[in-house]
Design a protein around this ligand. Sequence first.
Ligand code: F6P
Length: 539
Amino acid sequence: MNQSISDSAAWRALEAAGQRLRPQHLTDLFAADATRFQRFSRQLGDLLFDFSKQRIDAAALGALLDLAKARNVGDGIAQLAGGEMLNFTEGRAAQHMALRATTPVFVAGADVLPEVLGTRARMREIATALRNGELRGARGKVIRHVVNIGIGGSDLGPRVAARALSAVEPGATRVSFVANIDPFELDVVLATASADETLFIVASKTFTTQETLTNAQAARAWLQSQLGAATDLAPHFVAVSNNIEAARAFGIPAERCIALPEWVGGRYSMWSAIGLSVACAIGWEGFEQLLGGAREADNHLTSAPLENNLPVLMALLGIWNTNFLGCGSHAVLSYSQRLADLPSYLQQLEMESNGKRVDRDGNPLTCATSPILWGGAGTVGQHAYHQLLYQGTLTVPIDFIVPVGNDAPAQRMLIENALAQSAALMQGRNEAQARAQLAASGKPESEIARLTPHLLSPGNQPSSTLLFPRLTPHALGRLIALYEHKTFVQGWIWGINSFDQYGVELGKLMARALGGGSDSAPPDGSTAGLLAAIRTMRG
Ligand code: F6P
């Protein structure tokens, strides 16, 4: 990392390309090139990645690929796949790809495949027994409800996958998620739970996370209150952790603990035993298909040339929008209610990975890094925040996630809406169109003149569309792994360690310092004032 990224020739070429393209409108780029869609779309299996609505041209894409080469992206990918110690600040590899492997994978010289397969066998055993009605609680009742207690990477991935893929028919295995230390979330789940039929998966890599331990203790207290203090609660708990000692100290026997390897980061861990709740929700075959989809993305990452490599292109387009078009946010809009939680998952993935300000050598970065990722499900967002996308003052790059689905009328309308939004946000509405619309609604000329400015929409919002036939486990695994790899490639190009998260420690330490029994002085006048107000409000 000797040379700062913004001093490189590739960066300067991109700055020039940015200056050239910033004033141009996407509709003009389409008008000038009838082959734009063909030139700026790629296929991975049955997934189509259309980035023709990004504000690039062939020269800009070439310059972005030059940047990738100048930053040795190929070398980074080889190091990731080769189990190198990429998370060097924490002294760990980042080997989430090993979790979906079927052939030997080496981490620090040792083949981890046997460990991975052993974990999969245990997950399969539990998930299959559960779904066959063979898992029983302390008083002999069949377990029908799984509650995953975890937070961050021990919650968001399984939550998005379970919601995306669970069956909705009556009698389907119920899987719930509890993350927040706010007791409301657990209370809501417990309000309709039967203690006899409930299994808690305590998912925590460290088994020290305040929220997870607090919720696990509350779950245990609830079980005791429902089943009797003398009841052996072991049949109602499974722990997934890298800290088996702590899980045992909590009271979960070793044979009910599944180990999480050291070399997987929390936000990359849904493919490990952290995904047990997903396997319970969708069955083992479905979980294998989820892994298979991720593996397709892995093979693609490591074998496709840069210009056809989807995660590399996604990363480069993000860099283009952030660093050369000045966009500070990035929206992910899923045209599937089942994917409503995807932005929350991607927020942790991208913002915890690449929300950094120093390079791998510890030098301050000279360019912006991760944008703010946000989003939601279409069509719901169309009746809320899309107004800003049409007429606000910000340029917001968007990923439209579109599983085509079946031909039923509502599903067709959903997909038509997705395409309409990406087209309309690109085209906008000019004065002639605004006037024509007002005239068509019978407005007199004076009204047309008065209202026209309020109808104008500049368009030119850049977007990519990820289109695939159906939201299957395979398709979801592939989609999520593509974003994992995009995040890595982006971080690698920016020159940062995408795998640590030291930033989040400060708030945790502060919360502890403010915690019960602590006699340390409030850290500042505002906090002191707020604490005093809280004491008053609590009476
Ligand atoms: O606070 C951040 C974090 O460390 C995440 O990176 C992680 O996914 C989450 O907390 C939960 O950690 P654990 O699985 O150890 O409970």
